[in-house]
Design a protein around this ligand. Structure first.
Ligand SMILES: Nc1ncnc2c1ncn2[C@@H]1O[C@H](COP(=O)(O)OP(=O)(O)OP(=O)(O)O)[C@@H](O)[C@H]1O
Ligand SMILES: [Mg+2]
Length: 163
């Protein structure tokens, strides 16, 4: 990862976080990977759901993949190209053998969102965006911290300037 320091959004309401999710969605290209880490129940699925909805046909249902582990969606990227988007939740994956059984090599050419990525993090391409979600004490909002390669640094900078 070429980036130095993470970009911080110290207190985002659900609506503000969803606006950022739609923006990240609009920047996605074929092959992109976004990871979601941090506190349990801090908003990872909510972010992914809004991102997926913004790239999907109306009325698509996005449920948490905690139990199914991986779920795919037909989306349209910002340039209009149809693509497969995979939403993963690796919380329940506990060892290398279980990772192998997922057949992840098939999905990397598409677009991948990964909740609880720690078990595979050191095998992931460095060309990606990592988002960490944390609770904000005494507030109904969340702190989001973004670390990405040069492409994502530039995109997030532009979002911050227009926000
Ligand atoms: N920015 C936010 N501000 C306030 N509430 C939020 C925000 N983001 C999410 N929430 C709420 O937090 C709760 C948990 O959200 P969500 O299921 O998305 O978390 P998660 O990180 O995916 O959980 P898990 O760790 O179990 O995968 C939901 O009720 C959701 O509406
Ligand atoms: Mg979740």
């Amino acid at each position: 990862m070429t980036s130095s320091k993470p970009m911080l959004f110290p207190s985002l309401s659900l609506a503000q976080m969803e606006a950022l999710a739609r923006y990240v969605g609009s920047c996605l290209r074929k092959g992109d990977i976004v990871t979601f880490s941090g506190d349990l129940g801090a908003g990872k699925t909510s972010f992914a759901r809004e991102l997926i909805r913004s790239l999907s046909a109306k009325n698509v249902q996005v449920t948490s993949p905690t139990f199914v582990i991986m779920q795919s969606y037909d989306v349209k990227l910002a340039d209009g190209s149809p693509e497969q988007l995979w939403h993963l939740d690796l919380y329940r994956i506990k060892n290398e053998k279980e990772v192998q059984e997922l057949g992840l090599e098939e999905i990397w050419p598409h677009v991948t969102l990964i909740e609880w990525p720690d078990i595979i993090k050191n095998t992931l391409s460095k060309k990606r965006l990592d988002i960490v979600f944390n609770f904000v004490p005494f507030k109904d909002s969340r702190k989001l911290s973004f670390t990405g390669d040069d492409y994502w640094q530039e995109k997030l900078q532009s979002f911050e300037e227009t926000a």
